[in-house]
Design a binder for this molecule. Structure first.
Ligand code: PAF
Length: 300
């Protein structure tokens, strides 16, 4: 079984995390870890790792003894006009970052490995309802691609637990629903969004932003903080709060709004009345880059 990349060093010297592009190699390594009684965690990513991803690895290490990070830019979750081809793929940097957090194995398959061009290979996973609103309405087929690749990765890694960022709030909801619906025993853990010092949620796509676009990107956060302050102060006119959120995001025409809503955190339906738990969900286009973010809030 071939594992690419260095995997052991003498005298406790810090070594690079093992990396493989082969499904069989993942299975063998995970099986070995299981034989040693280890609990397995999976951290699915598309690479271009940042502190947000590293916090997922840290969480995975707390929850399990053997952590597999998957790095795969999944073509089936991108629309034809989206950034699949330009999505950053700094694999050497990603490996170094995983090593810095002592991840045990990186699975970095190619497209043919994940989607062999077998005639008739047409099985996809659909999570109706949740997949069709908000991001799903704007990016048709996106969550079908996400659900399918995540289940494929689960079938390969067979983890006990998998960690995802909460920044992709709807994605996390879709994955939780999929796991429930398919009776999968895998524990899905949503980890807190990691933010830059000014509040912008970390995202691999922030790298696309020009300095001017980066400066206005912060308005998503401002809009959610505004909403949270209003809601926690007891204001109950949600329509007017949502309209003010939209105004903050689109001020000076710097960004184009996709949505700015206060929603039920489970169904993601837009609320008309305050509820004990609410989530602000925002999405906007900043030049050609789409940014999404969210914030939980509780009324007074
Ligand atoms: O959140 C991501 O990076 C991706 O959507 C995921 C979950 C790794 C599936 O490709």
């Amino acid at each position: 079984m071939r594992i690419d990349g260095p995997h052991s060093g003498p005298y406790g010297k810090k070594v690079m995390t093992q990396t493989t592009s082969k499904i069989d190699a993942v299975r063998v390594s995970v099986l070995q870890a299981r034989r040693e009684g280890k609990r397995i965690a999976c951290v699915p990513t598309m690479g271009a790792l940042h502190e947000g991803h590293l916090s997922l690895i840290d969480e995975a290490k707390k929850l399990a003894d053997y952590v597999v990070v998957t790095v795969f830019v999944n073509p089936t979750q991108f629309g034809p006009q989206e950034d699949f081809h330009k999505y950053p793929r700094p694999i050497e940097k990603d490996i170094a970052m995983c090593s810095s957090r002592d991840a045990d194995l990186i699975f970095n398959p190619d497209v043919e490995t994940m989607y062999p061009s077998t005639p008739g290979a047409k099985t996809f996973i659909e999570v109706p309802g949740l997949s069709e609103i908000l991001e799903g309405a704007i990016r048709p087929g996106h969550f079908r691609g996400v659900a399918t690749v995540v289940m494929k990765l689960f079938q390969i890694v067979m983890p006990d637990v998998a960690c995802f960022g909460s920044k992709d709030f709807q994605q996390l909801a879709v994955i939780k629903q999929m796991v429930r619906d398919l009776n999968s025993p895998i524990q899905i853990v949503g980890c807190p969004t990691i933010r830059e010092t000014d509040g912008l949620a970390m995202s691999s796509r922030n790298a696309y932003l020009s300095p001017e676009q980066r400066a206005v990107a912060i308005r998503l956060y401002e809009a959610m903080v505004f909403a949270k302050n209003q809601v926690t102060a007891g204001h109950s006119d949600l329509a007017s709060i949502m309209s003010k959120m939209a105004e903050i995001i689109t001020r000076d025409g710097a960004m184009t709004l996709d949505y700015a809503i206060l929603a039920n955190p489970t169904t993601l339906e837009t609320l008309t009345q305050p509820q004990p738990e609410m989530v602000a969900l925002v999405a906007a286009r900043n030049g050609t880059t789409r940014l999404i973010d969210n914030m939980m809030m509780t009324p007074k």
